[in-house]
Design a protein around this ligand. Structure first.
Ligand code: B1N
Length: 796
């Protein structure tokens, strides 16, 4: 290392770490060598961060999350350490394809969607701000399934990112804890002892997360499950090889796969095991670190802030009480106070089907001591505050448990936080009115502008310097430049170049030819009824039908792009995917509209694909039924990259519209209050359909076989749902959505106006940086500060 150039470091790793000769190295070899050379630049700041934290006796933040959707790490690490240009020059100089090498990295999909990606953005911002922090989660062997389409239908295939060595992680065999399950409890010398009859080892794997300017690095510590006993030699010697290997296989099951459910609760025993496994290991690690520096457990809340990312780590409440009371002898009331002083809870959804509940039976079997402690927590809370119960109908309500055990409870957008107070946590909020606070989500501008959109980032930096990268609110300095036609031209040219790149990719990868001058209209997110991809495709069908009626009309050509996965057991969502692909097949083959409309649905949407699509987007679709999307974070990424939004007053859309200005946002649809009222109207869907012939015709096309080779029943389920119960009010919002979409069309046909509006979106989206969000958590929830001023921040 030392003064070694980056190129020397790469060549040295190629030779000594991979044992390869430059003449015979593959793309994989080069990518690993580059990654190791980059990693070397992170290790020193990482050590220094740990030392600075220790020396200052600083408070540490622990972010407990079932999901960390980190995606690829190489390019982001090079950007943050400032070696991207040097690396590119080195490979260009050797005549090697730099882009191909970077794109060789697997996308680490240890999460489902927004909740997991938020955790990843938070880790990066915590490092950028120099706040001592650890992310704790599970090292899944298989991340989110890979999606493929078979004749338009989703097929799930296992994801296997760990079959190649994960170059960013350091295995820590010495950091391991035995985690028990089931068994029994008994009293011994005035203390309760839990003796599990089943156990696994949780072993740590550490990945450093480097912040902007490479000054600070925190740790993402993921737990892998290992057997406590590797092989049953007795069985092996008797020839029972499968039986002998069983304990190992069983133990490893716990960290084998990520549950592919987004906002639905499966309630499976293995999921509860996963939750306890990583939470218990993390708490053991947190206490070990505290006890190596301090002696009085009552000081724990001064040195430790634990954030529970949704209820998945909610067992942290009873587990921490158990560790303090049963294992360390603090009186129960004191243990409760100390635990509550450390813990906080973020709620991410109000959807009833997502709120975790575990049956008393299962909880009592797998975690007998915790079940008893939950009863005690419930009793002590209801003695003080009658009227709320954590246990109901033989089920433990994890949201209520988390609330009661937390100092602060937060929602993820202003609207969501208000609705939390009025709905799911109405009673608890009445008892503890100071506990709920809002922290509107954010996204890191390093990955989501500078790295993924170097063209636009360059235009921005040319205008206002690069201070915005570490302090995104500086993007407002772009506003005066918007009067400058030269700036607007460069801004538009950057978007146009991204659209050309994407058009080429659609052509070569998917065989769809699109016109880069058309409006690129993109909806990318999990497929869910509340997100209403079916509203989008119905509107697209209606548009196609109108275009066919009048092909020489004054249309704005559109490329409608979808991306997203459906949970494997979510049949309605899978039908929506099938419908979109079927409509795309028919529309894309129609010669009448071939210059006006195309539909593209690239399979296997993930972080990497988002980085490809967002920079090339003109119009961002954020069309959930009001009151259902807690926040959204894709909406922020699009606005930051100069896309316009067509959206409802839901989640963070409300705040995005406030920031970018109502005149720079295409609003439509009912408000949350109007949604509740509308559901009470008899036959609301029938009425809406009767009032809008375009909607009626689009629904007919689902029943007359237009998109189903004459099979009238194939999409009848969707048509009947929208015509009948229509809980998500697709029919009732359709006409206004059509109106807003045509307004977007008209605006797009005025290029000067469009350019101004999109540039204002970028200029006014800096507030949606996750740095701002993390500052909010740090001051209002964690009471955590950076122990040493960072140069990059001091300069900002
Ligand atoms: O969390 C994101 C929000 O921006 C989205 O609006 C919200 O839908 C998302 C159970 C979830 N809420 N709940 C989940 C994920 C996995 C799981 O097993 C629930 N994801 C969200 C970030 O705040």
């Amino acid at each position: 290392m030392g003064d070694q150039t980056l190129k020397d470091a790469i060549l040295s790793h190629l030779k000594y770490s991979l044992g390869k000769d430059a003449d015979h190295a593959t793309i994989y070899d080069w990518r690993v060598a580059l990654s190791l050379a980059t990693r070397d630049r992170i290790v020193d700041p990482w050590f220094q961060s740990t030392r600075a934290t220790y020396r200052a006796g600083a408070k540490r933040v622990y972010y407990l999350s079932m999901e960390f959707l980190i995606g690829r790490l190489l390019e982001d690490a090079m950007v943050n350490t400032g070696i991207l240009d040097e690396a590119k020059a080195a490979f260009d100089g050797m005549g090697l394809p730099f882009d191909k090498i970077i794109h060789d990295e697997p996308d680490a999909a240890l999460g489902n969607g927004g909740l997991g990606r938020l955790a990843a953005c938070f880790l990066e911002s915590l490092s950028t701000l120099g706040i001592p922090a650890y992310g704790y989660g599970i090292r899944y062997e298989h991340g989110l399934f890979r999606q493929r389409f078979d004749h338009g239908r989703q097929v799930e295939e296992p994801e296997d990112w760990l079959t190649q060595e994960h170059v960013w992680e350091f295995e820590r065999p010495e950091a391991a804890f035995e985690i028990g399950f089931a068994g029994e409890t008994f009293e011994n010398g005035g203390r309760t002892v839990w003796r599990p009859n089943e156990s696994v080892m949780a072993q740590a794997f550490d990945t450093p997360v480097i912040g902007w300017k490479g000054e600070w690095a925190n740790t993402l510590r993921l737990w892998g499950a290992l057997p406590t006993k590797v092989l049953d030699l007795g069985l092996f010697n008797r020839g029972d090889y499968a039986g002998a290997a069983e304990p190992e296989a069983l133990a490893r099951t716990i960290s084998r796969v990520l549950y592919p459910d987004d906002t639905t609760d499966e309630g499976k025993a293995l999921r509860l095991k996963q939750e306890y496994f990583f939470t218990a290991a993390s708490l053991r690690d947190i206490l070990r670190r505290f006890e190596s520096e301090h002696s009085d457990l009552r000081d724990l809340p001064k040195k430790v802030a634990i954030q529970m990312n949704d209820t998945h780590p909610a067992i942290a409440g009873p587990e921490l009480v158990r560790l303090l009371h049963d294992e360390r002898g603090l009186p129960f009331a004191d243990a409760m106070m100390v635990a509550r002083g450390c813990l906080n809870y973020t709620n991410h959804t109000l959807l009833p089907e997502a709120l975790e509940r575990w049956s008393e039976g299962l909880m009592g079997h797998l975690l007998p001591r915790h079940m008893r402690l939950i009863e005690m927590i419930n009793e002590s809370h209801s003695q003080q505050y009658p009227g709320v119960t954590i246990i109901e109908h033989d089920q433990v309500k994890m949201g209520e448990l988390s609330f009661v055990m937390a100092s602060k409870v937060n929602g993820v957008s202003a609207l969501h936080t208000e609705l939390m107070k009025e709905t799911v946590f109405k009673d608890l909020n009445g008892l503890h009115p100071e506990r709920i606070v809002n922290q509107t989500n954010g996204v890191t501008p390093r990955r989501w502008l500078k790295t993924c959109n170097p063209g636009l980032a360059g235009v921005v930096t040319q205008a206002i310097g690069d201070g915005w990268v570490g302090d995104a609110e500086k993007l407002v300095e772009l506003e005066p430049h918007i009067a400058d036609s030269g700036f607007l031209e460069r801004f538009t040219a950057a978007k146009r170049a991204n659209k050309e790149t994407l058009s080429n990719w659609f052509g070569t990868e998917l065989g769809v030819k699109v016109d880069p001058s058309a409006m690129f209209d993109v909806q990318i997110k999990r497929i869910h009824e509340y997100k209403r991809q079916h509203l989008n495709i119905l509107e697209t069908i209606a548009l196609w039908q109108e275009m066919r009626d009048n092909p020489n009309g004054d249309w704005t050509p559109r490329v409608v792009v979808f991306g997203g996965k459906a949970a494997p057991g979510y049949h309605f969502a899978k039908d929506i995917i099938y419908l979109i692909n079927s409509v795309a097949r028919v529309v894309n083959a129609d010669p009448i509209t071939s210059k006006l409309l195309k539909i593209v649905y690239p399979p296997n949407y993930n972080v990497t694909l988002a980085e490809r699509l967002i920079p090339a987007t003109d119009l961002s679709e954020q069309i959930s039924t009001a009151g259902k999307e807690a926040s959204g974070t894709g909406n922020m990424k699009f606005a930051l990259n100069g896309a316009m939004t067509v959206g409802t007053l839901d989640g963070a859309n409300v705040e995005i519209r406030e920031h970018v200005g109502a005149e720079n946002f295409f609003l439509f649809g009912m408000t949350a209050q109007e949604v509740w009222a509308r559901r009470e109207v008899e036959d609301h869907a029938g009425q809406a359909i009767a009032a809008d012939p375009k909607l009626a015709r689009a629904l007919d096309s689902l029943r007359n076989g237009t998109f189903a080779d004459g099979d009238h029943d194939r999409f009848r389920g969707i048509a009947d749902n929208v015509s009948g119960p229509d809980y998500f009010l697709v029919a009732s919002d359709f006409s206004d959505y059509w109106r807003a979409s045509r307004e977007a069309d008209a605006a797009f046909r005025d290029p000067a106006r469009w350019a101004r509006m999109t540039a204002l979106n970028t200029a006014r989206s800096g507030w949606f940086s996750s740095d701002r969000t993390i500052r909010g958590y740090a001051s209002e929830i964690w009471d955590a500060l950076p122990p040493k001023p960072l140069r990059s921040i001091a300069a900002a």
